[in-house]
Structure formats: C-alpha cells, structure tokens
Design a protein around this ligand. Structure first.
Ligand code: F6P
Length: 519
C-alpha cells in the first residue's frame, strides 16, 4: 500500500517552522483576547456530539497546516481504502470493516465484494438480537456472566455500565476477564446455575485467560448437577469450530475483519443487547453509523475525528506531550478510560511503520483517567501545577438521568471550572499558590447519554485513532506487542510447579522461587 509517513512530508517542515515561530509559545488567554471568534472557529458539532477545541494550543494556521499534512500523507485515500474493504491491516493481511457492522439494514447494500459480508452481518445481527430478546423475556435467567478479556470485555462492560439507565430491570450483568481465580470465584459465589447464562466471548477462542475461566465456569456448572449446557452457555467468536469442540452449541459468529478492540458492534456486543434490548442496540449502531458517515464525507476542515487526530499528532510530535487524560463527568462512564486505553494504545502503540522501518517520531500517548469529580481530588493537582503538561478531555452531559436536586449543576459547574482554571491560571498569589494556566483541554458535550450519543462518541474515537495512525504510517490494526509475554507465560507456568529455573535470567529465577508454594 502507498503511504507517506508524516515526518517525510513538506508539511512536516512547515509545521515545525510554525511551531518554532509561534506554536510553542501560544498563550490561550492572549489567543482568546485577540480573536473573538476563537470559540466558533475551533469548535464544532458532529453527529450527537459537540466538541470545543478552542482551549487547545493551536490556532487556525496550525489546523490548516495539519490538514495539509493529512492530504500529503494520503489520509483520505487511506480512509476510503478502509471503508472499501481493502486489506489495510497488512501484517495480518486483513480488511478492517467494523464500520460495516454499523451500516443499517435499510442502507443500500455496498457494492461488489462487500455485498456478501454485509448480508452476513445482517443475518447474524438479526439472530443475535432475536436471541437477546428471548433471554430478556426469560425471567428464569437472572444473571448474565460475560467471560472474555481485552476487546471481548472492555467494550461490552463499558457500554452496559454507561447505558444502565436503558437496561430492563431483572437481570444482573457480571464481567469476568482476569485469569486470577479470585475474580471468577467471587462472581460464582453469588450465582445459581439454573438462573445463569454464561457468554464465552473470544474472537479467537484460544485466549488463555478466557479459556481457563470458561473451563472453570463449565466445571462449576456441571458439578452443581446441571447438564443443560446448551441453554446456559453461548459463545461469541470467529472460531465457531473451537466453541463447538468446547461443547457450546449456541454460537454467534463474526469475522477476522473485526479487530478485538473494534468488536463491541459485533456478536461481542451481545451483553449490551441483553441489557438494552434489540432496539437499544440498533440505536447504538445508528449513532456510530452517523459518525462513520461524517468521517467518510465531511471535508477535513470540518471533520471532527480528523481534527482531533491531527491535534493528537501536533501534541505528540511537536509539543512532545506524552500522556492525555480523560475526565468523564458522568459516573456511568467509569470504564470509558480503560476502554479508550485499549483502543488507542493497542492500536497506535507502535514503533515501526507499515514497511517495518523504525519511526523517527513518537506514536501513541499514554491514556489515563477517572470520572470527574473524583480525579479532581486525586491527581488534578498535578494537572494544574505539575511540571508536565497533560492535555485533558472533559466529557459533560447536559441532561441528567436522575432527579436528585442540585447534583447535576454542581457536577457541570465543576467540569466548566476545571477547564477554565487549567486555561486561565492564577498568578497573583505567589509561589505555591500560583497556577501557570495555559494548560490545554478539549471539552465534549452530549445533550444526553443515550445509545446514539455513546455510539457516535465511540466511533469518533475510533476514527480519531485511525487518523493519527494513518499519519504516522503505522498499522493501527495489529497487536504483535502482546505476543511475547503470552509465549513466555506458557514456558514459566510449569516451572512454578517444578521449580526448574534452567535458562532463566537471575531476576525471573529469583522471583519464581519466591512465588512457588511452600513445601
Ligand atoms: O492480547 C490482546 C488481544 O488479542 C486483544 O487484541 C483482544 O481484544 C484480546 O486479546 C482478546 O482476544 P480474544 O477475543 O481473541 O479472546
């Protein structure tokens, strides 16, 4: 595939010159004073989401140069190749088509080779949603346990929590991901097998943690005298044959062109459909599809995922910021930072380009965060007065879904005040009490937290990660970096039993000896 790495373009040099001349020293307070239209110019609406970018360390010239950079790198062609089903995941020789999962049944079928995958998507979606409705109506099932890890856990877990307001009462949802038996044992303790549905979620159906948890769950189920595995276990996987070999007949499939961290829109989203129903799940897909269309068709200058992805490049490679913090001002978005960590860091945490050549510029920042206002009372001190600058992302929701008086205005006031304080600072108190200000943030606003707005926001993030990854010239859709540890764990596990440390480095050998059970 043809690509031009951003650091090998003419626009890169121009951006560096712009950064040296005025970008590095941009002062947000002066920028607002000099440009009364700054808020309008540097904010925009996109489907279901409003984003204020005006408190970022950039101006119209920065954005224009970044858009030149995107054009020179071939961002639009790369985006179109993804939507067309070209094998842009080159190291695995796969298409990247999570957007096809969101294309509504009512849309015209895509042309050519995507027509059949689209038909398969619709058939699987219908079957999965029919199953979800059946289970929702079955009041003997009170507990749903999703066993999966990474993308087979984080997306469904985050969305089920985020959309709890839309969930039908009467079912509890549990998510078991860690191979640490404390997690599964803790969940099983509160369950009755005859009232439980286990979902074994694994794209590959080989992931060690998930297989260990699935085996233990099945053993627990059978040891209780229960036999109806067909009714109490379902598998969500691309590897239907392995699920059947495991003894699960009810399976919902998906395809190798759905990356794990992009899979909540597929059968992996079954817990979501069980929680919010078929209609709710379709609303989630519709929100994401609206954002897909925005990303696919809006000009670069008014394309929100593109603008965000370009800012990410600006911050990482010119300002050299190494982290970005997420502050959702909504407690239901508690797991959003963890979900976004996988999305961005597994996608863009790469050190070689598409040709396997070492990169000269930095890639994924570290993402981290907690719901506001909790973060305010933990680490915001560092954000305001620490030595490093961390761009912060506020997510605020206009309408509350509760009627406790006074809480929501307090919450929103805190979000606004923190973004304001980071920017304006305070320099008249002296020494320890001074705030430097000029600390950047982006502020997202939803009217309400709904399936549509959440779907749109997650797709916005996916496409933003796509944008920065495309400019860096990396493959955002593989994850080879997780493999080595898996292989070494397989070698170490039997050594814990045998005590054999031959060939291990001294540190690993010493720690292994300490962790062996006492004789
Ligand atoms: O270890 C990384 C990873 O491959 C993720 O990309 C993926 O989401 C997770 O493991 C789980 O994989 P699977 O769904 O195949 O069990």
């Amino acid at each position: 595939m043809q690509f031009t790495r951003c650091d090998r373009t003419a626009a890169w040099g121009e951006l560096q010159a712009h950064f040296d001349a005025s970008g590095r020293a941009l002062d947000l307070r002066q920028a607002f004073a000099a440009d009364p239209a700054r808020f309008e110019t540097l904010s925009q609406s996109a489907p279901h989401v409003f984003a204020d970018l005006s408190k970022n360390l950039a101006d119209a010239r920065t954005e224009a140069l970044l858009q030149d950079l995107a054009r020179e790198c071939g961002l639009e062609a790369h985006r179109d190749a993804m939507f067309a089903g070209e094998h842009i995941n080159t190291t695995e020789d796969r298409a990247v088509l999570h957007t096809l999962l969101r294309r509504p049944a009512s849309a015209p079928p895509p042309p050519g080779p995507l027509a059949q995958p689209f038909a398969d998507v619709q058939a699987t979606l219908d079957a999965m949603l029919a199953f979800a409705e059946r289970i929702r109506a079955d009041h003997t099932i009170t507990d749903v346990v999703n066993i999966g890890i990474g993308g087979s856990d984080l997306g469904p877990q985050m969305v089920v929590l985020a959309l709890a307001e839309f969930a039908a009462p009467g079912k509890r949802f549990h998510f078991v991901s860690n191979v640490d038996g404390h997690e599964l044992a803790g969940v099983l303790r509160g369950l009755a097998p005859e009232h439980t549905l286990f979902l074994i979620a694994s794209k590959t159906f080989t992931t060690a943690e998930t297989m260990a948890n699935a085996q233990s769950a099945k053993r627990w189920f059978e040891q209780s005298g229960s036999v109806d595995v067909a009714r109490h276990f379902a598998a969500l996987t691309t590897n239907v044959a392995a699920a059947k070999a495991f003894g699960i007949d009810t399976t919902f499939g998906f395809w190798d062109w759905v990356g794990g961290r992009y899979s909540l829109w597929s059968a992996i989203g079954l817990p979501i459909a069980l929680a919010i129903g078929a209609e709710g799940f379709r609303r989630l897909l519709a929100g994401a599809h609206a954002m897909d269309e925005h990303f696919r068709t809006a000009p670069l200058a008014r394309n929100l995922p593109v603008r965000l992805g370009l800012l990410d490049v600006w911050y990482r490679n010119f300002h050299r910021f190494t982290t970005r913090s997420i502050a959702p001002y909504h407690s239901a978005l508690k797991r959003l930072p963890a979900y976004l960590q996988q999305l961005e860091m597994e996608s863009n945490g790469k050190r070689v380009d598409l040709d396997g050549q070492p990169l000269a510029a930095g890639t994924s920042p570290v993402l981290w965060g907690e719901p506001g206002t909790n973060g305010q009372h933990a680490y915001f001190q560092m954000l305001h007065q620490g030595t490093d600058v961390t761009p912060l992302e506020f997510i605020a929701v206009r309408d509350a879904a509760h009627d406790l008086p006074g809480h929501h205005p307090k919450l929103l006031a805190n979000a606004l005040a923190q973004a304001q304080a980071l920017m304006v600072g305070k320099t008249d108190a002296g020494g320890h009490k001074d705030f430097p200000g000029n600390r950047p943030s982006t502020f997202f606003v939803f009217e309400a937290l709904t399936p549509e707005s959440l779907g749109a926001f997650l797709a916005l993030y996916e496409h933003r990660v796509f944008t920065s990854g495309a400019l860096w010239g990396i493959n955002s859709f593989d994850q080879w970096g997780v493999e080595l540890g898996k292989v070494l764990a397989r070698d170490i596990e039997p050594r814990l039993a045998s005590g054999d440390v031959a060939g291990l480095d001294a540190s690993t050998a010493g720690l292994l000896a300490l962790l062996r059970p006492p004789k």
